[in-house]
Design a protein around this ligand. Structure first.
Ligand SMILES: Cc1cc2nc3c(=O)[nH]c(=O)nc-3n(C[C@H](O)[C@H](O)[C@H](O)COP(=O)(O)OP(=O)(O)OC[C@H]3O[C@@H](n4cnc5c(N)ncnc54)[C@H](O)[C@@H]3O)c2cc1C
Length: 459
């Protein structure tokens, strides 16, 4: 029987990056994907001749060509991808919109500091000290202790409204925890969003996936599609390989899984893991509206709006199907380069997986229509001159996310129990991706690279 050095489960961003890294060093690697396409949470599809991105609003961690020692520069170096291949187009500006106040930020932190000085003059010194603390903090150290971010940030920011506004984009773009997050994760998100910033590759997520696929092909790396791992087999207390749904057994001493922490442990066979990582609750529904006019021609030129219609920002699993009172709205036309012929709006709301999962077919469709109607009302509120003409629409729910990724509860940011060093209690079994602690497109690729370096390249 053929034996692999490493089997990687999942051809999402982290799994593909891990496979590239290992294949570069001539490891005998097998990349297994249960679906027919790559990308996982961050993929794409075609409807009515239009290309839809699933998970891409924006790429975080923007950098200019030639910058060094940035997460994106490390990623490109490790995968040997030229910067220009990403064809990055930076954001114009984004807004945090609360009932009483609005703050604008760009890819230059000075603009955000100025907004804070204008809107919360007594807080700007605290904000600058917070930025110094964040800049000096080593957020990727694998042994950082778990501290709640709001406890730390309150030492610098004493105005609760400003604190909520600062946290809003960071929570909704990357927290598995409700209403707060681990401080290391806060620092990762703060740097990646406020200090480095947003961009979009021309062509959307396809551009990134194509780069990764071409790399894999050039390295002769095999991806086996329609290959769902049913169990991770163990022998003598350590990993022995994986069994696929079709019954095939594939041998390897090391398995790196991007399925998620609880999902991975649930398929371990022969050892009963004592670890019981929680299933994360944060999931979303999204409405995608294709308009006959572009938002900027109707007077709206923000790239992303973080919208909250309550005095306090509630980042949590809603008690109802979805939370219409807060949303992230992305306007993909409003990056500096616009490669669309039509106007696009993507509205993401927090949602409750269990409630969506209980719906039978006709009601499920009706509820999706409700989500869409709320999305239209919000679009009208943000763009009063819009004539309410929608050329095409698509709506996805937490159950769609579960169907296409296999993540329990349709969770997007994974478990609240992370394994920062990627290890599990099963020798030879490692995690990469969201539940190793790095998420988003850049974060999950960096996770795949670091886990490959740590466990796949060290014998
Ligand atoms: C709606 C939405 C919007 C988002 N917006 C952004 C954004 O704007 N910017 C950003 O940076 N990030 C965004 N993200 C987050 C980003 O997509 C993820 O953090 C990242 O893609 C996670 O990658 P991953 O490799 O860790 O996991 P996944 O993408 O979940 O990959 C796991 C892979 O494993 C496969 N798999 C699962 N089980 C098995 C099995 N048993 N056998 C074989 N294969 C299996 C799955 O099919 C999948 O392909 C968004 C996500 C969503 C859902």
């Amino acid at each position: 029987m053929e034996k692999y050095d490493v089997i990687i489960i999942g051809a999402g961003m982290s799994g593909m990056a891990a496979a590239i890294r290992l294949a570069m060093f001539d490891k005998k690697v097998l990349l297994l994907e249960k679906h027919v396409i790559t990308g996982g949470l961050n993929s794409y599809y075609k409807r009515a001749k239009r290309d839809f991105d699933v998970g891409l609003h924006a790429l975080t961690n923007y950098m200019e060509k030639g910058e060094k020692r940035k997460p994106l520069s490390k990623l490109l170096k490790q995968l040997r991808v030229p910067y220009d291949d990403l064809k990055l187009s930076p954001q114009r500006h984004s807004k945090i919109l609360f009932p009483e106040k609005s703050l604008t930020f760009t890819n230059d932190l000075n603009d955000f500091a100025q907004e804070i000085a204008d809107n919360f003059p007594d807080q700007v010194d605290g904000f600058n000290k917070l930025v110094s603390h964040i800049t000096d903090f080593s957020e990727t150290a694998l042994d950082n202790e778990h501290i709640l971010a709001k406890d730390v940030v309150r030492k610098y920011i004493t105005n609760e409204e400003l604190l909520e506004m600062i946290f809003c984009p960071l929570l909704i773009y990357g927290s598995a925890w409700e209403n707060d997050m681990d401080f290391s994760q806060f620092v990762i998100m703060f740097k990646s969003i406020y200090i480095e910033g947003f961009s979009r590759p021309e062509g959307g997520v396809r551009t990134i996936i194509d780069i990764l696929l071409k790399k894999l092909e050039a390295l002769g790396q095999e991806i086996r599609f329609r290959s769902e791992v049913q169990s991770i087999e163990t022998a003598n207390g350590k990993v022995a390989g994986v069994r696929l749904k079709n019954g095939d057994f594939l041998q390897a001493d090391k398995v790196i899984s991007s399925m998620g922490y609880p999902e991975t442990l649930s398929v371990v066979s022969g050892i009963a893991p004592k670890q019981k990582p929680a299933v994360g609750k944060m999931t979303f529904c999204e409405s995608i509206l294709v308009l006959d006019k572009k938002p900027k021609d109707l007077g709206l030129d923000s790239t992303i709006i973080f919208y909250n219609d309550r005095p306090k920002y509630l980042y949590r699993e809603p008690k109802e199907l979805y939370d219409p009172k807060s949303a992230v709205i992305c306007f993909p036309n409003n990056f500096t380069h616009d490669d669309f012929d039509e106007g696009w709006v993507r509205i993401t709301n927090m949602a409750n997986f269990d409630l969506w999962n209980k719906l039978e077919r006709p009601e499920y469709k009706e509820k999706k229509e409700e989500v869409f109607k709320d999305a239209c009302s919000l679009t009208k509120k943000l763009i009063p001159s819009w004539d309410e003409e929608v050329v095409f629409k698509d709506i996805f729910s937490p159950t769609t996310i579960k169907k296409y990724t296999g993540h329990f509860g349709g969770t997007v940011y994974g478990s609240t129990d992370k394994s920062r060093d990627g290890s599990t209690e099963v020798p030879g079994l490692y995690l990469c991706g969201t539940d190793q602690g790095f998420l988003g497109i850049v974060g999950s690729m960096l996770s795949g690279i670091s886990m490959a370096n740590l466990y796949g390249l060290m014998d």
